[in-house]
Design a protein around this ligand. Structure first.
Ligand code: G1P
Length: 291
């Protein structure tokens, strides 16, 4: 089995309650990290990893995402008329970035349900899932690293990172053994969504990047509501691990949970410090603060 990963599903139907009041009207995926909506970071990562077709699972009140990736005729015409060629290139670049399809998740029934909504657009081929809340700074991109593992091992791949202490309870947690030849790979035997600290099967937290075989769809269809009364992707993956090879992969790179207010603050400071146009000025400003 060596099928190319061409499609990536972006679940973006959630309500974003962790970021109220900013997300009362604005979809959390459209919140800016420095100057770019967080959704665009994920889309750029997917494209840089070889993905050709982006599938965004949207919900009520989320049409700003579609407008963002569409042509903004009035804006482009105005920028052209004023001779603002660099900004015009930025605006046009966003609208010609990728082939993007949208599907509505009519009710927020959980992450597993959101992925299932993309079934018809994905079809019967392996695919990626990107949770836009998790912005990952990595070179090569996290998803590319995972696709390489998928190609080599011919099994589904879940991104993981080591979390020490009770913080692990905020994640899906992997059960399994570290691979003997590659310490970044775990041979997954099961997993638990948001376990109590004492019950976590390992320190390997699942992060929002997945490369999955299409078998997951049939399994999600049979998945009953789990943690928080939601149809959990983790529960579908647990069933997948009983039937097929599933690997955890400790990616190289740094992950930011930008769906969380503190996570967004950290990412804002660190991403701003990497931007050549104002890194120096910003560093000087931070140094001058009385902390
Ligand atoms: C989701 C998944 C969880 C995973 C996490 C990573 O949870 O259900 O398994 O560990 O994303 O960000 P959420 O953060 O949406 O509650």
């Amino acid at each position: 089995m060596k099928e190319r990963i061409r499609k990536a599903v972006f679940p973006a139907g959630g309500l974003g309650t962790r970021f109220l009041p900013a997300t009362k009207v604005i979809p959390k995926e459209m919140l800016a990290l420095v100057d770019k909506p967080i959704l665009q970071y994920g889309v750029e990562e997917a494209i840089a990893s070889g993905i050709e077709h982006i599938i965004i699972v949207t919900g009520r009140g989320k049409s700003a995402m579609e407008d963002h990736f569409d042509v903004s005729y009035e804006l482009d015409a105005m920028l052209k008329q004023k001779g603002k060629t660099e900004l015009l290139a930025v605006s046009r670049g966003v609208s010609s970035m990728a082939r993007i399809s949208y599907v509505r998740q009519k009710e927020p029934l959980g992450l597993g349900h959101a992925v299932l909504c993309a079934r018809e657009l994905v079809g019967n081929e392996p695919f990626a899932v990107v949770l836009p809340d998790d912005v990952i700074d990595a070179e090569p991109p996290c998803l590319k690293q995972m696709i390489d593992v998928f190609d080599e091992r011919a099994g589904s791949v879940l991104a993981t990172m080591t979390i020490e202490g009770p913080g692990i309870s905020a994640y899906g947690v992997l059960a399994g053994e570290q691979d003997t030849t590659n310490p970044r790979i775990y041979n997954c035997t099961g997993m638990v969504e948001k376990p109590k600290f004492e019950e976590a099967p390992s320190k390997q937290a699942i992060i929002g990047r997945y490369v999955l075989t299409p078998r997951i769809f049939a399994l999600l269809e049979q998945t009953k509501p789990g943690a928080g009364g939601e149809i959990q992707l983790t529960d579908g993956l647990k069933a997948l691990a009983r039937e097929e090879k599933v690997f955890g992969y400790t990616f190289e790179g740094k992950r930011y949970d930008v769906g969380d207010k503190f996570g967004m603050l950290r990412a804002t400071v660190e991403f701003a410090l990497k931007r050549p146009e104002f890194a120096e000025k910003f560093r000087e400003y931070l140094k001058g603060l009385e902390l």
